[in-house]
Design a protein around this ligand. Structure first.
Ligand SMILES: [Zn+2]
Length: 127
């Protein structure tokens, strides 16, 4: 008892109670510790694979955007295309629907457009 007390005290009693409860369930359900180990490894691998997939998709999207986006006439950086949702009226007198904006913080170039952002995106997508 004293020996176990020394060796297990690092885990904390609550964790040990959880472990016993979990082992009881695994035994009852006839699930081995190896099954659990494989399951956890597979879940981690799947999560990493999903993260990698999202990362690749994002990089592909950025690469596409850098290829097709209108370039800033001041600094040649691919610009951001922002949708303007304010309807034509007091706050949007000319009825602009989108804005090409240079993303560089030290560049202030902007070009307002009367074309909807989605229409521009579709044109860029078709090439
Ligand atoms: Zn610029």
């Amino acid at each position: 008892m004293k020996e176990l007390d020394n060796r297990l005290s690092v885990f904390g009693f609550g964790l040990l109670q959880d472990l016993v409860a979990l082992l009881d369930i695994l035994e009852r359900e006839k699930i081995s510790l190896e099954d659990v180990r494989s399951y956890v490894k597979e879940r981690i691998a799947n999560t990493q694979a999903r993260i990698d997939l999202q990362k690749r998709a994002y990089e592909k999207k950025v690469a596409w955007w850098n290829k097709v986006a209108k370039r800033c006439p001041k600094c040649d950086t691919p610009m951001s295309l922002i949708a303007i949702t304010t309807p034509k009226g007091k706050a949007n007198k000319k009825g602009y629907k989108s804005l090409w904006s240079c993303p560089k913080t030290d560049c202030t170039y902007e070009k307002y457009m009367k074309t909807d952002r989605n229409v521009i995106l579709k044109r860029l997508w078709r090439g």
